[in-house]
Design a protein around this ligand. Structure first.
Ligand code: ADP
Ligand code: MG
Length: 595
């Protein structure tokens, strides 16, 4: 192939512009991204080589090398992984294969802080090189291809890139960054080493850098030992050494891992800039053996509600990377969880299809689900500081407990709606999930009331947990259906998530108390209604019989029934649905969806 100039996909060009402008304060992440690509490439080679060991050629030791050239102002990341063919270089470095890119770009606001958050989540990957480089050269040759089938890809990060065929004996990829003037400190070995240690310690293959040692300058004037010497400098020794520890964090003992290391690993796998809310790290032994390191993020990704969207757990088998987004490892309603599962039992060539059927995977999935729910219960328990006891003495609260305060509320605001999907999806854990739910209510605007809190506050004689669903909190609070409850001082849960209606179909009671919508059928206040009220209602129903008959006739195509009610105090009339009818909320939702 002779030299060819091609245009970036429109979204890439847009993204590139944003990357260079809004990731400015987080420059150094480019190295994490490029090393992680190098590591991915080695993982891919190892994986393909399971069935084709010839791919190792004569270099079976997989490694990444990071080198720099102060004079040429370049920083180079080289791996001997799978490499890219010419077409792959064009496809992978010129377009964004991931879905939802347009969506993503349209969400960017121009505000640096929030944009860098979003970009981080999206994972700028390769393009982050342009934060520090005004030109990038990639040279690559795919494992198994001939030396003559190498490719060189060059771009200045604007609208287009060039590709041409080269001869490249070495398998794998070199990414050569031509550093911008303000990024020349990335030719400082000490600085680069520090960044590698920070972001890439867990990468299980060695990230090598050439050793340097100090060399005194030449003595020009031997009679003047101090003044007659040229300045000294660090010089390369030709010897390479690993800049990372090179062991997977999840395979290490918990007690040897610092909070910082846990956080850094999370940032690495999630592309999040912020620390996670919580993590759980366990080695599970028994009939199915595996290690799990799972995190709860502090912020929801923008595509959280897309159920098709990947799960966030990476699968390893005995430290060999197998796949990203292994959805079989956690139920869909826990898709916000990020982390790693490393199995000791699964075969290396396990496919997604096989995963769905594996008994080991089923055990892992149950185990991971339990752990995540356990983590959430822990956060929920410590969401508030214990209240002062009756004698005014507060328990001594540890710093650790204080740090937990507010985390569950934060979690719930971001992921509560997704958690509710679990009611319909995970029957085995329904009770645990129900305890984790939080709602606003007619007495509290914040989404903080648990079903247990509600039960503890129920009126003498109250037999149901009452709730109402609506589009907004204001609509719920001002609903005429609440009038009688307000008058009698009965708390009503206000539900405003779109998923509530659907989820509540699966939650008929909590701890033996039925849940009852105040907008369905005739509200039976049971023992809460006194005899005189009941009598008055019956009398009214009798007295208004002829009127009701007329109204029914007039509304016969529009209403199924017209009746006298006790649920109103000030409003003259309201709409309700039958006991087992579809709620107005759900009906509206379906109508919106065109059904
Ligand atoms: P991601 O890593 O999330 O897929 P990137 O933007 O980091 O996204 O990389 C885009 C693609 O370019 C990768 O999926 C891979 O196919 C290819 N690629 C990038 N770096 C390398 C490399 N060092 N070796 C082989 N392929 C690479
Ligand atoms: Mg990447």
């Amino acid at each position: 192939m002779t030299k060819q100039t091609l245009s970036f996909q429109a979204e890439v060009a847009q993204l590139l512009h944003l990357v260079t402008h809004s990731l400015y304060s987080n420059k150094e992440i480019f190295l994490r991204e490029l090393i992680s690509n190098a590591s991915d490439a080695c993982d891919k080679l190892r994986f393909e080589a399971i069935n084709n060991s010839g791919l190792y050629e004569d270099a079976p030791n997989l490694e990444v090398r990071v080198s720099f050239d102060k004079d040429a102002k370049t920083l180079t990341i080289t791996d001997n992984g799978i490499g890219m063919s010419q077409q792959e270089a064009i496809d992978h470095l010129g377009t964004i294969a991931k879905s939802g890119t347009k969506d993503f770009v349209s969400k960017l606001s121009g505000d640096q802080k929030s944009d860098s958050q979003l970009i981080g989540q999206f994972g700028v990957g390769f393009y982050s090189g342009f934060i520090v480089a005004d030109k990038i050269t990639v040279e690559s040759r795919r494992a198994g291809a001939t030396a003559a089938e190498g490719v060189r890809w060059i771009s200045g990060g604007a609208g287009d890139f060039e590709v041409e065929t080269i001869t490249r004996a070495q398998r794998g990829t070199s990414v050569i960054l031509h550093l911008r003037e303000d990024a020349l400190d990335y030719t400082n070995a000490w600085k680069v080493k520090g960044i590698i240690a920070k972001y890439s310690d867990h990468i299980s293959l060695p990230v090598l850098m050439e050793k340097e040692e100090w060399k005194d300058g030449e003595l020009i004037n031997p009679s003047d030992e101090n003044g007659g010497r040229q300045p000294g400098a660090m010089v390369k020794t030709g010897e390479w050494e690993a800049a990372n520890k090179g062991n997977a964090i999840w395979a290490r003992a918990k007690k040897d891992i610092t909070a910082d290391e846990y956080n850094e690993f999370y940032k690495q796998i999630s592309h999040d800039f912020e620390a996670p809310l919580a993590h759980t790290h366990n080695r599970v032994e028994g009939s199915t053996e595996y290690t799990q390191l799972l995190y709860i993020p502090g912020k929801a990704p923008m595509d959280l509600y897309n159920r098709e969207k990947s799960a966030g757990v990476k699968l390893y088998v005995k430290r060999v990377f197998i796949m990203d987004d292994a959805e079989a490892l956690l139920p869909t309603y826990l898709r916000f969880v990020k982390g790693v599962v490393d199995s000791a039992d699964l075969p290396l060539n396990v496919s997604r299809e096989l995963l769905q059927e594996s008994r080991d995977v089923k055990a892992i999935r149950e185990g991971c689900t339990k752990r995540v729910l356990g983590m959430l219960e822990d956060l929920a328990k410590n969401d508030k500081l214990p209240e002062a006891s009756a004698d005014g003495v507060t328990d001594v609260v540890s710093e650790e407990d204080k740090a937990m305060v507010g985390k569950y509320s934060k979690f719930y605001a971001e992921f509560g709606a997704v958690l509710k999907e679990g009611l319909g999806e995970d029957f085995a854990n329904k009770d645990r999930l129900a305890k984790l739910l939080r709602f606003a209510s007619s007495t509290t605007d914040t989404v903080s009331v648990s079903l247990a809190d509600y039960k503890a506050r129920m009126k003498e004689g109250q037999e149901s947990i009452y709730y109402i669903t609506a589009d907004t909190l204001a609509a719920a609070k001002n609903s005429p259906q609440l009038e009688v409850f307000k008058k009698k001082g009965i708390e009503v849960l206000l539900m405003t998530d779109r998923v509530d209606e659907w989820a509540l179909n699966y939650l008929h009671d909590f701890d033996d108390t039925p849940l009852q919508s105040v907008a369905k059928g005739a509200v039976d206040l049971g023992k809460l209604q006194d005899e005189s009220e009941k009598k008055a209602a019956e009398e009214a129903a009798e007295a208004f019989k002829p009127l009701l008959a007329k109204l029914k006739e007039a509304l016969k195509d529009k209403a199924e029934d017209v009746r006298v009610t006790t649920r109103l105090v000030d409003s003259p009339a309201c709409l309700v649905v039958q006991d087992h009818g579809m709620s107005t909320q759900l009906a509206r939702m379906l109508k919106q969806a065109g059904q």
